[in-house]
Design a protein. Structure first.
Length: 288
């Protein structure tokens, strides 16, 4: 004989189902949401989901003269499965340089190549207690990001991405370790150069109000000549604040990273030959 379910029990079951569904919807809306400007999170888009991002990175300040570079990236991202997503990037770059030692003065805006990436999620911070993902990105650039000189650069970057959420997902901590191998062809000197760049980035982001997060991010970059770990060419450390806003259909992240220290020191305690005094990055993402 079947027993009838009481109305209070039915209401409780309905409430639990609604809570579960809303939780899943909230998780999907957070998938691959960028809380940081430079550090990647471990989540990926759900199968069939797509996003378009616009990146704007402003790099400014050398030891002398006037220097400003603007990197523009348009990224289209798609979830092939619930764990694997792919992206393609179209790049452009603008240089406004005047009176900087060892740099050619120029005011130019140019297309700067393209790249693609794959990201595979192994663990979810929302389901497994911590997040872990692997990332690979090959690409090609037509101009030097530092000087704006014509230069063919082929690169391949890999990342290990970790993420841990605290306080019921109100505090996000993500860390990336990246290795990028570059082959640069200087068209004037007709020489090929190989460089290995290792980057460690980490960031915290805390929700201060519905849809709003604030935090801080640190990035340490080291470059090795001829991909030889015994031949350090330069390094720099950046640290600064970030601000993140997210709605149901779109999100935006703003990060400012001043250079704290660098080597070789050519302007106080900074390396302003290979890096800049300040980087500011704005990322805007739209779900569709």
């Amino acid at each position: 004989m079947l027993m009838k379910t009481s109305k209070p029990l039915k209401r409780i079951r309905l409430l639990l189902c609604a809570t579960l569904l809303s939780g899943l919807a909230a998780h999907q809306s957070r998938a691959d949401e960028n809380y940081f400007g430079y550090t990647y999170g471990a989540e990926t888009l759900p199968k069939g989901g797509s996003e378009i991002y616009q990146w704007v990175t402003v790099r400014t300040g050398k030891a002398d003269g006037s220097y400003k570079a603007v990197d523009l990236q348009t990224e289209i991202e798609h979830g092939f499965t619930d764990h694997l997503q792919g992206s393609i990037y179209l790049n452009a770059i603008q240089h406004n340089i005047s009176g900087v030692s060892d740099f050619t003065s120029r005011d130019q805006f140019r297309f700067n190549g393209l790249q693609g990436s794959l990201k595979y999620n192994l663990r979810s911070p929302y389901k497994d207690g911590y997040g872990l993902a692997l990332y690979a990105e090959p690409g090609y650039k037509r101009y030097s990001g530092k000087s704006g000189d014509r230069q063919d650069t082929f690169f391949f970057e890999t990342k290990v991405i970790t993420q841990k959420n605290y306080l019921e997902d109100t505090l996000i901590w993500a860390t990336n370790f990246s290795a990028e191998l570059e082959r640069e062809h200087n068209l004037e000197e007709r020489e090929w150069e190989t460089e290995l760049e290792l980057t460690l980035s980490t960031g915290f982001s805390y929700r201060i109000a519905p849809r709003w997060f604030i935090g801080a991010e640190a990035v340490a970059v080291s470059a090795f000549e001829r991909a030889d770990l015994g031949k350090l060419g330069e390094y720099a450390l950046f640290l600064g604040p970030n601000l993140h806003y997210a709605s149901k259909r779109w999100w935006a992240t703003l990060t400012a990273l001043p250079q704290l220290t660098g080597w070789p020191e050519n302007s106080g305690a900074h390396d302003l030959e290979h890096f800049e005094k300040l980087e500011i990055r704005l990322k805007v993402g739209l779900n569709f």
